[in-house]
Structure formats: structure tokens, C-alpha cells
Write a protein of this length. Structure first.
Length: 196
């Protein structure tokens, strides 16, 4: 806890009004790769507590549309359409499609991680499963110029998932933002140029 409170990104998030230090991970990747353009349609899967949505809403502007999907309730965020539910559930998807109203999506974001059990192999398997669900969601709904950014933990299944992403995107790049803790096995995979 002491380490968390002393973390400069935590302190900065508190000072700047972001709900979590993760905001700076997305900002750094976006500064480099230009994902969040004014007017874009963006979906954040597993959005709670909402810091990525805060960044997306700010950078996409009033002409953009940002959707937050999560099992957990989200406190309202200006410019964000929040939907509580499992994004792989048919009922939740039907409600999301209704709100999307025929629009294609420019960017799908996923910073999800499973609730940790402490059993490393089980936690890694659940993490990869979430990545696969997010990939399936993205490839069905992204426009032809769309992008997919997903958090993946390096370990068992990482390379297989990266190859799976390469089946659907011409470009798959690894990103490790400075706001990711050095000891963390997390990296982000960025898929661009969806294959037809």
C-alpha cells in the first residue's frame, strides 16, 4: 500500500482527476500511435473504474462516442455511455448494439484482468481467455481502419494469442508504457489494419 501511494503515477492521477494510474498507460500509447481521434467511436471493455474512458472522452471530443462495458457498476463519466453487464452475454450485446445504432467502431480497448486466485497458471489462463473474448468482440465490430488495444500478461499462452491476433490484423505491435510497473508481466498488443 505504501508503494502504491508513493507511486508518482498514482499521485498524478489523484492530482489530475483520473480514476486510476492506468490513464497514463493509454495516454502514452495514444501519443505514440494516435488511436483516439476527434469524432471516433470507442469501446472500452472491462472499463471500471473508468480512467481509460476519461482519456478517450477527452481526446475524442464532443463529436466522438465512447462506450464503457463492465460487469461492475461505473460512476457516470461525462461523454461516456456506460453499460453494466458481461460483454459476451447475448442480452448485454443486444443492448449495446441498440445503443451503437448501426455504427462501426474505430477503436476497441481492453485493459481487463481476471480476479486473481494466486494460482499463477489458472490466473494466466483466465487472463488469456479474457483477451480472446475481447479479440472476438473487436473483429466482429471494427471498421476496416479500426484498431484493437489489449492488455496481455506474458507467460503461458501469450505467443499463441499474439499469433491469433496476427490472423486478424496485418500489424500487431507490442507496447510497454512507462506507467506499467517494471516488474509487471503486462504488455499491450496493438492490432491495426484488420484483415478482410
Amino acid at each position: 500500500m505504501r508503494e502504491h501511494l508513493a507511486d508518482p503515477f498514482v499521485q498524478r492521477a489523484n492530482a489530475e482527476g483520473y480514476r486510476a494510474r492506468a490513464a497514463y498507460k493509454l495516454m502514452e500509447i495514444d501519443d505514440r500511435d494516435r488511436l483516439l481521434r476527434p469524432g471516433a467511436v470507442v469501446v472500452d471493455l472491462g472499463a471500471a473504474p473508468g480512467s481509460w474512458c476519461q482519456v478517450a472522452a477527452k481526446r475524442c471530443g464532443s463529436g466522438g462516442r465512447v462506450f464503457a462495458l463492465d460487469l461492475l457498476p461505473l460512476e457516470p463519466i461525462a461523454g461516456v455511455d456506460c453499460l453494466q453487464g458481461d460483454f459476451s452475454d447475448a442480452g448485454t450485446l443486444a443492448e449495446f448494439e441498440r445503443r451503437l445504432d448501426g455504427s462501426w467502431i474505430d477503436v476497441v480497448l481492453s485493459d481487463m484482468a481476471p480476479n486473481l486466485s494466486g494460482v499463477a497458471t489458472a490466473d494466466q489462463a483466465r487472463s488469456i481467455m479474457l483477451c480472446e473474448l475481447a479479440l472476438d468482440f473487436a473483429v466482429r465490430r471494427l471498421r476496416t481502419s479500426g484498431r484493437f488495444l489489449v492488455k496481455v500478461f506474458q507467460g503461458e499462452g501469450f505467443m499463441a494469442f499474439r499469433r491469433e491476433m496476427a490472423r486478424y490484423f496485418l500489424s500487431v505491435q507490442v507496447r510497454k508504457p512507462k506507467a506499467s510497473r517494471d516488474r509487471s508481466a503486462e504488455v499491450y498488443l496493438l492490432g491495426s489494419q484488420p484483415r478482410a
